[in-house]
Design a binder for this molecule. Structure first.
Ligand SMILES: C[S@@+](CC[C@H](N)C(=O)[O-])C[C@H]1O[C@@H](n2cnc3c(N)ncnc32)[C@H](O)[C@@H]1O
Length: 275
């Protein structure tokens, strides 16, 4: 069972958020354990102070080293990985979330105000982790985003009908569009192939549509996918294989304009298919 300890001045934020949906099911099923701890527990003065003004001046208060250290030492053991949620860390990706899901114990430190004393980072933090190039007022939302993203990779967390393997990013591509009843809505029809019941055909079709969606929405990701696809083809030593980009272009040409419309791909153009 993966254990997650979150160090925060607002433990209720963490406790409330994990008491819903997939995370709460995982906790009830003993797949995941999430606990929140506040440095205020170790503050000894009348006001239970956990922050102070920065040396040298500047905006905002800084979280005190001592109360943070005592909280870290309360939860940390030899197999723990300590992560400080920080806008200065590398940005969380699906690959990173998957790697974190394989750890035994994670300790997340959530900063507030102007952040935390640097000496705690130097001494205790194994990694800094950001959720994007913007500044939040606290690390709690970042910790929750990370917990939610990594939990999806733990076997048993998602039900049979859902799968992290099919989600966007898992194969380097975005997920294909999805449809449910009715078949005809707002003048748009569900693509015929999805009603065919032919699983192999549907699977191949979805993969090609995923590639088209990625080409349209995230050309940066598509470029990486294309490069890897070419290496895969080379390694498999398949002869007379069409280039993956040309293959995708002919798949796109074969789609009816009605299907392109329903898939949200109507504005993809011939010139988008270039190396
Ligand atoms: C207002 S921020 C402090 C920012 C800090 N002064 C700086 O400029 O690097 C307060 C806390 O929010 C969290 N935080 C802010 N932005 C974040 C981000 N993009 N990803 C992860 N955590 C973030 C960190 O824990 C940080 O200590």
């Amino acid at each position: 069972m993966l254990q997650l300890d979150v160090i925060t001045l607002f433990p209720e934020m963490i406790e409330n958020a994990v008491s819903h949906g997939v995370l709460s099911q995982a906790i009830k099923g003993d797949i995941l354990k999430v606990s929140a701890h506040t440095p205020r527990e170790f503050a000894t003065d009348r006001h239970r102070t956990v922050d102070d003004r920065p040396f040298g001046g500047g905006d905002g208060m800084i979280m005190l080293a001592e109360t943070l250290e005592k909280t870290i030492l309360k939860v940390k053991h030899k197999n723990s990985k300590v992560i400080y949620l920080s806008p200065q860390g590398p940005v969380l990706t699906a690959t990173k979330a998957q790697a974190l899901s394989r750890e035994e114990h994670l300790v997340f430190i959530c900063g507030r105000y102007g952040g935390i004393d640097q000496r705690i980072i130097n001494h205790y933090v194994d990694e800094e982790l950001s959720i994007g190039d913007y500044v939040l007022s606290g690390g709690e939302l970042a910790a929750l985003v990370t917990i939610d993203a990594l939990a999806r990779f733990i076997p048993g967390v998602l039900g049979h009908s859902e799968s992290a393997e099919q989600d966007s990013f898992s194969q380097g591509l975005l997920e294909h569009p999805n449809f449910t009843r009715p078949r005809d809505y707002l003048g748009q029809q569900v693509p015929e192939v999805l009603l065919s019941g032919h699983h192999q055909l549907i699977g191949d079709w979805k993969k090609s549509v995923s590639a088209l969606v990625t080409l349209k929405k995230r050309p940066d990701l598509f470029k990486v996918f294309l490069k890897e696809e070419k290496i895969r083809i080379q390694d498999s030593k398949r002869k007379n294989k069409q280039s993956p980009l040309l293959e995708l272009k002919s798949f796109w040409s074969s789609l009816s304009s009605r299907d392109r419309e329903s898939l949200g791909l109507a504005d993809l153009k011939e010139e988008d298919f270039h190396e």
